[in-house]
Ligand binder design. Sequence first.
Ligand code: ARG
Ligand code: ZN
Length: 873
Amino acid sequence: QPIHLSDYRPPAYRVTRTELTFALDPAATRVKARLHLERHPEREPGLPLELDGEQLALKAIAIDGQPLGADEYTLTDSGLTVHRVPETFLLDTEVEIAPKENTALEGLYQSNGMYCTQCEAEGFRRITFYPDRPDVMATFSTTLIGDAASLPVLLSNGNPVERGELPGDRHFVTWEDPHPKPCYLFALVAGDLQKVEDRFTTMSGREVALQIWVEEENLGKTDHAMASLKRAMAWDERTYGREYDLDLFMIVAVNDFNMGAMENKGLNIFNSAAVLTHPHTATDAAFQRVEGIVAHEYFHNWSGNRVTCRDWFQLSLKEGFTVFRDQCFSADTNSAPVKRIEDVSFFRTAQFAEDAGPTAHPVRPDHYIEIGNFYTLTIYEKGAEIVRMLCNLVGWETFRRGSDLYFERFDGRAVTIEDFVGCMSEVSGQDLSRFMLWYSQAGTPEIDAHGEYDYASCEYRLVLRQRTPATPGQAEKQALHIPIRLGLVGTKSGRDLSLTLGGEALGSDAVIHLRETEQEFVFTDVSEAPVPSLLRGFSAPVKLRFPYGREDLAFLLQHDADGFNRWDAGQRLALLALDDLIAAHRNGVEKVMDPRVVEAFRGLLASDPEDKAVLAEMLTLPSEAYIAEQQPLVDVDAIHAARDFVEQSLAVALRDDFLRLYEANRSDVPYAPEPEQIAARSLKNVALSYLMALEDEQAIELSREQFAADHNMTDVRHALTLLVHSSRDDIADPALKAFGEKWAHDPLVMDQWFSIQVTRPQPDVLERVKFLMGHPAFSLKNPNKVRALIGAFAGQNRVNFHRLDGEGYRLLADVVIELNRLNPEIAARLITPLTRWQRFDETRQALMKGELERIRAEELSPNVYEVVEKALA
Ligand code: ARG
Ligand code: ZN
C-alpha cells in the first residue's frame, strides 16, 4: 500500500518537547517518553492522537498524569491511537525493547556490544511511540542510564547537563538539545569508547569541542577524519557563511551500519569504514571517501538539520543539496577536474542504469511503499546534478544569496523543494517553473545532436533534439530545460573560437539552453571549421550523442580546452574501438586493435601532464559496467574479452612508456593523503596495471616488489589485486594468504581481502564466494561484510555473476532470502543486479526472473517486496 505525496497533511498534533529516559539493557531496555503535545493550528479540534510504533512492548501510558484505560486507546503492529485527547497535554509512555535482537540496524541496536541508533528515515518508531515524521520538531532532553563499568560513555544530542552515580553500579548522563529537531535526527550511543579531541574556533569566535569516539584499538585511525572535519567547518563558513551552533560536535565509529553515516544533531554516527583511516590500512580512495563523508554529514547541520524536509518525498531537498556541497568541498580540497571526472563516471554508470531500470523514479518521487528503498543514486546524485545546474543557471553569487535566503527564511522549519527553488527564483528573477520538471520526471534525457559548418557564410549550425524515454508509471515526457555548456574548437588553430549567437557575443565557452523538443542554434562569424565540444563539465545529467568521427575525438583529446571533455573524448574514442571488438568477438572474427587509439595513448604518454591525476584518468579505460551501459544488449563475455584485448594491445605497443611512467612516479617519501602524492600513485598504478596485462616476468616482479615493500595500503592493495587477478595461482595464492594472515585482526582490511578475491575473473570464483561465507571473519549480520563479499561479487564480477548456469543468480537470491529476515534494507539493496534483467539475452533473462520469482514466493519485508514487485512488473 503505497503512500502518496498528494495525500500530505500536517499532523493533527505536534510535539514541542520530548523528554526521554533510557534504562539500557541488551534484552530489555526500558524507554520512558514524556511528550509535550498540542493541537496543530491548521488541523481541526477533536482528532484522535496517532503515534507510530513498531516492535514495542507497551508497559504504561498516561495523559496529564492519568493512566489510560484499555478502551481509551488502540494498539496495532504499526502504532497506537488515543481516541480522545485535550488541546494541549502531556503524554507519558513506557515501553520495552530488545536492542540485541535488532539485526535490521534501525532504531536502537548493539554493535560490538555498544549501543547505538539509526533513526532516519523511520527508525525512531522502534524506540518509542511518536509521530515519526520530519515535520514534527521538538527540543529533546535525553537521560541515559547504564552499567558504569561496561558502559562508561553515554552520549546523545546536544550538550551534557547532568551526570551522576546510581545504585547497583549504574550511572546516568542527561543531555539537552536546544535546537528543535525531528526525531529522525535523534541519536544515542553507549559503550566502552575512547575519544580523540580537538577544537575549532568559529568565525564569530565561539569555541567548539570536537570529539571522535572509537573503540580503543582504533585510536590511531582518526587523524584524517578530524582534519577533514576542521577543513569542512572552515569551508562552510567561507563558502556558505554557515557556522556551527553547539559547543560540542561528536562523531562515533560503529562497525555495523547500513549506510555510510548519519547526521544526527551534534552526534554523527559513522560506519567505521567511512571514518577510520591509516596509511597502512586505507587506500587513497578511502581517505578521500572519508573526507567527503565527514564533510557531507557536517554540512547537513544546516542543509538538513536547521532546515529539514517536510516529508520524505522531499528527501533530495537535503541530500541533493548536501551532496552538491560535499562535491564542491572535495573539488576545492583536491584536484577539481579529477573529482568531476570521478563523480560523472560513477554517475553515468550507476545512476543512468537505475534511471533505465524498473526501479527508476523521479528525484522527488510521488509515491513509495518503503522510504528506505529511496536512498538512491537518483535522490542523492541526480539531485546534486540538479542543484549544480541551478547554481550554474543563476551564477554562484546569486546562488549564494539564494542559499542565504533559504537558511534565513526557513531556519527551524520543515520545508519542500519548491521552497528551495523558490528562493533561487526570487533572488535571480528567473522563472524556474519549467526547470521544476527535473524533479518530477524520471529517466535520463537523451540528446541527439548534429552540426554543420558552412564555409561560405562562416556559420555553424547545431541542431539538438531531446527525448526522455518512458519509465515505469510515466509514459509521456515533456521537454526539459537543459543547459548545455559548449565550445567550438577550431580545427586549424586547435583553439576555442569566439561564439556569436543571434548577434550576441558569448565568449569562447558558453551555455546554450535547450527548452524545446528540437532547437537549432546558428553560430555566426565562425572563422574556421570547428569540432564542437559539447556538454562541457557534464553541464546536465543527460546522454548526448553526436556523430563524432574517430579523428574528431582524437583531436578533442588533444586540443579541447575543457579538461573534462578532453577526458570524455578519450572515453568516447575507446568506446568506438571497443564496439568493433565486441562485435568481432560475437562474430568469432579476429580482433584488430584500432591504431588511432594506440596513437592517442602514445600521445598522452609523451605529453608532460599539468595534472597527473587527470592523466591517470585519461589512461583508464571505461569500466565493463560503463561499456555495458552503452550496449543495446549486454554481452558480458564479449565486453570482458574486448576490454582485455584493448588493455593488452596498449600494453604491448606502449610497454616501454608504461615502464617509464611507472619508474618516474615511484617514491619513498612518507605517505600523506595529499593531492600530488595521490596523483603520482594513481599514475604509477595505472602503468603497473597495463604492464601486468602482459604478465611477463618483469611485471610480476614489479607487482611482487610493490606488494612486499608494504609502503602504504594504496600500493599494497593495487599490487595484490593485480597478483590475485592474474592467471597464475602460484603468484596469487601466497600473496593473498600473507595478506589475510597479517590483517586477520582488522575488519576493514579483511573487507578488502574479501573483495579482491571475489572479483577475480577465474571461473572457480563462485565456489570461493560460498567458501568465504563460512570464513570466521565473515558475517551476514554485518553490512560491510555483505557488501565486500556478496555485493562485490554480484556488482563487479560481471563474467562470473552472469554465469550461464545461473549459479551466480541463485547464490545472490539465497542471500537475499536470508537477509530479508535479518536486515530488509540491505536485502533490498542487494537485489539490484537481478532487477536489470531486461538488459541481457533471453537465457539470462529467464534465469534472473526465475530467481526474482523465487524471492517473491517468500514472506517478504516491505523493502524487498517493493523492489521485487517493480522488477517483475
Ligand atoms: N542521511 C544519511 C546521509 O545521507 C543517510 C541515512 C540513510 N539511512 C537509511 N536507513 N536509509 O547522510
Ligand atoms: Zn546525506
